[in-house]
Design a binder for this molecule. Structure first.
Ligand SMILES: Nc1nc2c(ncn2[C@@H]2O[C@H](COP(=O)(O)OP(=O)(O)OP(=O)(O)O)[C@@H](O)[C@H]2O)c(=O)[nH]1
Ligand SMILES: [Mg+2]
Length: 657
């Protein structure tokens, strides 16, 4: 058996997988096995959900590693996606029960699409009730490559007490929190073991002619040959290696460590995959930004090439500190070497995703875009004095979290946070309070209603005021008419014979447009044409002001009499769900006044459907919450504004003046 390939540079592994599958527990078990100190939750049975990545620097059998514990919740998926971009390998941690397989599907697809090498760790086998073959079968349905179970469980009175490693053909008995004990393969398992091993070798031989020849000649390949193949297949994504264990008891953790060492890609493999030249000036890429009290801006980065020393100039910015971190504490380092994941201090002006070098500004490297937001809240400071502070804090928040979008709505005047779900925004608001001392009130964002008119009117507006010496006089006659939806506001001047002198006409146009900003229901009036047809003036008492006032009066009375109606925004919504849930998604949309346009297979997603519908925006606020709760958290949607439609029904209330 080889003692691992000579890899030198630190390697990085991201622990990913569905929410609650045991990634953080496994992270701690891996760190323990490597003899590295790690902070544990006060009550391991009641672990908090992971919402931010956690780095674990350690050495295993002489090799340096950085393990990244990633959030599993879809609401923090961008944090995970960014970490994956830096990793040599992803370990997909999932519950070993077959009923959890569907929850892993989007992640397996994401890893295959992004060509990120990955293996699977089936966790919680201590309470597995079904056969593992069912789990592999269920997972295989969502995988892009054949899955091979590398370990065969040893059953003992209904529990899994150990395993046979099919590549080295060694058997181990689990010992809680300790290294497993090497044992003889139970004689009763010999036949089964041989069959399982042949299946594994056959899968590997599909991509290796030399191995296939051996198989045909009945020559037993050496473990080294198998390791080599597994490494190659893992790198190419042509086989998905499956390991098993129980993180909580540290079962299967050392086996996983060895698989990482033997089969996992090296920094060079990853650099090649990401098209990064081996030769060239030092190069690092930032994948996370955070602000921490007195330390200031911190940029999490992986060094793709060369070495960075503290104080170096990176494209005009002086590097102010290099650290390792476990999420809470920072440990200062003199330098960051090739392959390392580090935290770089005070890289002002350098954004998440950017590349840095000691030699000018390097070419950018690919970096994932966050998913469009699906949930929004309007926020306001509880103390108006904090408004300026809030705007600064929001600016930083957006820098720290690319999956957060901050909008100052022109239509409603609200400040709106758009994010990935309720928990995401809750965490954001908590962060505002903790890091910036800002208390904000939240509300469902107001819908940007509009209004229009359904009939034409002719309206006369006349201002005649005599106060002391100088008076005010203006007279306008306007036609207000509806225009087709989407045509907007128009002002037309049809005055003949100087009834309203040229120089006052712009004032009439401005006042008409101004009056249309707030119609009889309190919302902006759209799709109307205002035509000035006639009027009158006084050579002394007429002014721009007088004409504006007369026009406003005419508009106010005219709009009220022109059969006004509220318009509500209707969005084109595409809901994506596994096709078991298609009917449910349709019901959910019709229950929200949605008009179903149809459904079709989601492009590139076998087994998923896209349901298209037109849905009033007023009904979309908590759509994601209900959708997720009805689809094991898998359903998602995107939307775009489609049109304004006359609002019918009691759900639309006129805006208070
Ligand atoms: N029975 C059993 N429970 C486990 C095992 N590993 C983890 N758990 C439990 O599963 C729950 C979730 O564990 P975490 O490690 O927080 O899961 P996670 O994947 O990090 O969760 P998120 O980060 O929120 O996605 C906890 O209650 C753990 O105690 C295991 O091997 N066996
Ligand atoms: Mg976790």
């Amino acid at each position: 058996m080889t003692e691992g390939r000579n890899v030198g540079s630190p390697r990085s592994v991201a622990l990913v997988g569905p929410y609650g599958s045991g990634k953080s527990t496994l992270f701690e078990a891996l760190m323990d096995a490597a003899g590295a100190a790690v902070k544990r939750p006060s009550d391991p049975r009641n672990r908090p959900m992971t919402t931010e990545i956690r780095l674990g620097h350690c050495t295993y059998l002489g090799d340096p590693w950085c393990i990244i514990d990633c959030p599993g919740s879809i609401e923090f998926a961008h944090e995970t996606r960014a970490a994956l971009e830096m990793a040599d390998l992803a370990v997909v941690v999932c519950d070993a029960s077959p009923s959890h397989a569907l929850a892993v599907a989007p992640l397996l697809k994401c890893l295959a699409d992004a060509a990120i090498p990955h293996m699977v760790f089936l966790n919680k086998i201590d309470r597995l009730e079904e056969g593992l073959a069912d789990t592999i079968g269920a997972l295989q349905a969502h995988a892009s490559a054949p899955m091979v179970l590398r370990q065969m469980p040893i059953q003992d009175g209904g529990v899994i007490s150990g395993y046979v490693d099919l590549m080295s053909e060694r058997a181990y008995r689990y010992r809680k929190g300790q290294e497993s004990e090497l044992i003889q393969i139970p004689p009763s398992m010999m036949v089964q073991e041989e069959e399982a091993r042949i299946r594994l070798v056959e899968t590997l031989a599909d991509r290796d002619d030399a191995l296939l020849e051996k198989l045909l000649d009945d020559v037993k390949p050496t473990p080294d040959e198998l390791y080599r193949d597994m490494h190659k297949d893992l790198l190419a994504g042509t086989v998905i290696e499956v390991l098993l264990g129980a993180a909580e008891n540290a079962h299967g953790v050392r086996r996983l460590w060895k698989a990482l060492r033997h089969d996992g890609p090296t920094l060079r493999d990853t650099a090649e995959r990401r098209l990064i030249d081996a030769e060239g000036p030092p190069l690092a890429q930032v994948f996370k930004t955070s602000y921490a009290g007195h330390t200031g801006k911190l940029s999490y980065a992986r060094v793709w090439r060369g070495t960075f020393k503290d104080g170096a100039m990176l494209g005009g910015t002086r590097l102010g500190g290099i650290y390792h971190t476990n999420g809470t504490d920072l440990a200062k380092r003199p330098e960051a070497v090739e392959g390392e994941i580090v935290v770089l201090g005070r890289l002002d002006g350098i954004a998440t995703g950017a590349t840095v070098s000691t030699n000018g500004t390097p070419d950018p490297l690919a970096f994932p875009e966050p998913d469009p937001p699906v949930y929004a809240l309007a926020i306001a400071t509880t103390d108006r004095k904090d408004d300026v502070k809030l705007s600064g804090a929001l600016h930083r928040l957006a820098e720290e979290d690319p999956s957060l979008v901050i909008e100052h709505s022109q239509d409603t005047g609200e400040t709106i946070l758009h994010g990935q779900g309720e928990m995401h925004l809750l965490k954001t608001i908590e962060h505002l309070s903790r890091a910036y001392g800002l208390k904000v009130a939240t509300a469902k964002p107001a819908v940007a209603y509009k209004e229009t008119i359904r009939s034409s009117v002719h309206q006369h507006g006349r201002l005649k005021r005599q106060t002391g010496g100088h008076g005010q006089f203006a007279d306008v006659k306007i036609d207000i008419a509806p225009r087709a939806r989407g045509e907007g506001f128009a002002f037309i001047d049809k005055v003949v014979g100087g009834a309203v002198p040229r120089n006052f006409i712009p004032a009439v146009g401005e006042a008409a447009a101004e009056a249309a900003r707030r119609g009889p229901f309190g919302y902006p009036v759209v799709d109307i044409a205002v035509t000035l047809v006639d009027g009158g003036f006084h050579s002394v008492d007429s002014s721009d002001m007088a004409f504006k006032t007369a026009t406003s009066m005419a508009m106010r009375d005219g709009l009220a009499g022109a059969d006004p109606v509220l318009l509500e925004p209707i969005d084109h919504v595409t809901v994506s769900v596994p096709n078991d849930y298609t009917a449910r998604a349709q019901r959910l949309l019709t229950g929200r006044r949605g008009q179903i346009l149809g459904f079709a297979e989601r492009t590139g997603w076998p087994g998923w459907d896209d349901v298209e519908a037109l849905v009033p925006e007023a009904e979309l606020h908590d759509l994601i919450i209900e959708l997720r709760s009805q689809t094991l958290g898998l359903g998602t949607y995107r939307k775009r504004f489609d049109h304004l439609a006359e609002a019918k029904g009691a759900e639309v209330k006129p805006k208070a003046a």
